[in-house]
Design a binder for this molecule. Structure first.
Ligand code: NAG
Ligand code: NAG
Length: 329
């Protein structure tokens, strides 16, 4: 369970000044390289606009998979073929370089390298590039303004690799070209080509249910909010205008159709549930918040009243009609 502030801020979906421009503002590639032993390694790669995947990578054929009609950005097929070739060569060299390092530094197999590299459009229009590598799930090194910064987690090994990378500038030529030339141009092209989809707004649907009882005499109220885009959302259990601080939020879960799902729960004493409501704010609602009231379950008496009263009235009318038309019967 994450706090509300986190769930609203996670992903850093920014707003580009000068345009009504909600949606992702960064592109990155994730590369996971698994080294089973000194001769066997494989790469898995994917391309993301923040948390939306737009590229896959078929490692058998060494070709990119474009998951959206616009995920080629404004590049021509020829340019893309060239970049794919560069990426294939980069992956091949990466494996060879790591295997060489593993030999020099007596690294123990198996291990896994993760690389995240990309660029982000900042408010004001500047583009910042980033690259981080992790080994075995721990930060290994990152690039800060084109300078290799080793992570303390891997101590001596990361320092030596950084020293090597800095000494042999050619070692990371492909990375540098990706970070400072390809990524920024590609990002702008994609954000433009994909803007109809990236900047669309889809209204959430919301409904209430009760979750597993947290204990005797207690209720878990669940407010489900589903199918919205973009990601930032505000969901709170309320009593009147008062936010209920006990509201807990699930992680934001993605759906295949590029929308999001979130649930907000509140653990209350059963007798305090009446009068609570769930309130949802989202940019697609344009200020018309969704408010769902936690209803008393419809009681037997109200069902009876709802059925019996109209029946009685109907009978009364029939009786009156009968008396009027057949006064002597
Ligand atoms: C290396 O690992 C692969 C995949 O696990 C395995 O098929 C292969 O036999 C291993 N080779 C050696 C030399 O251990
Ligand atoms: C693609 O768009 C980017 C950013 O708008 C631009 O710099 C680049 O020249 C465009 N490339 C092509 C091939 O049109």
């Amino acid at each position: 369970m994450r706090s509300l502030a986190l769930c609203c801020l996670s992903g850093c979906w920014g707003r580009i000044p000068g345009a009504v421009n909600y949606g992702p503002t960064s592109y990155h590639v994730i590369q996971i390289s698994s080294f089973a032993n000194s001769t066997w390694a494989q790469n898995q790669c994917s391309g993301w606009l923040e948390d939306l995947q737009i590229h896959g990578w078929d490692s058998k054929s060494g070709t990119a998979i474009y998951l959206k009609p616009w995920s080629k950005g404004n590049l021509t097929d020829k340019e893309l073929a060239y970049k794919e070739e560069m990426f294939r060569v980069y992956l091949f060299r990466f494996i060879k370089q790591i295997q060489a390092l593993a030999k020099i530094y007596h690294m123990k197999y198996p291990f896994q390298f993760q690389v995240i590299a990309g660029c982000e459009l900042r408010p004001g229009g500047s583009i910042v590039s980033f690259l981080r590598k992790a080994l075995g799930g721990l930060d290994f090194l990152r690039f800060d303004n084109d300078t290799c910064v080793p992570s303390p987690e891997w101590g001596h090994l990361a320092q030596q690799v950084c020293a090597l990378v800095t000494a042999l500038r050619g070692f990371i030529a492909a990375e540098r070209q990706f970070l400072y030339e390809i990524c920024p141009r590609f990002l702008l092209g994609i954000l433009d080509e994909g803007k109809a989809e990236l900047q669309r707004k889809v209204k959430p649907e919301a409904w209430l249910s009760s979750g597993p009882s947290p204990g005797p005499g207690r209720l878990l109220l669940v407010c489900h909010v589903s199918g919205f885009y973009p990601k930032p959302v505000w969901v709170m259990w309320m009593r009147g205008e008062q936010e209920q601080p006990g509201t807990q939020h699930s992680d934001l879960l993605p759906s295949a159709n590029w929308t999001w799902y979130l649930q907000a729960t509140l653990d209350v004493a059963s007798e305090e549930a009446a009068g609570l409501s769930c309130r949802v704010k989202h940019s697609s609602l344009e200020g018309q918040d969704i408010i769902l009231h936690w209803g008393q379950p419809i009681s037997i008496t109200s069902i009876c009243l709802a059925v019996i009263v109209p029946t009685l009235i109907l009978l009364l009318c029939l009786a009156l009609w009968h008396m009027r038309h057949h006064p002597c019967s």
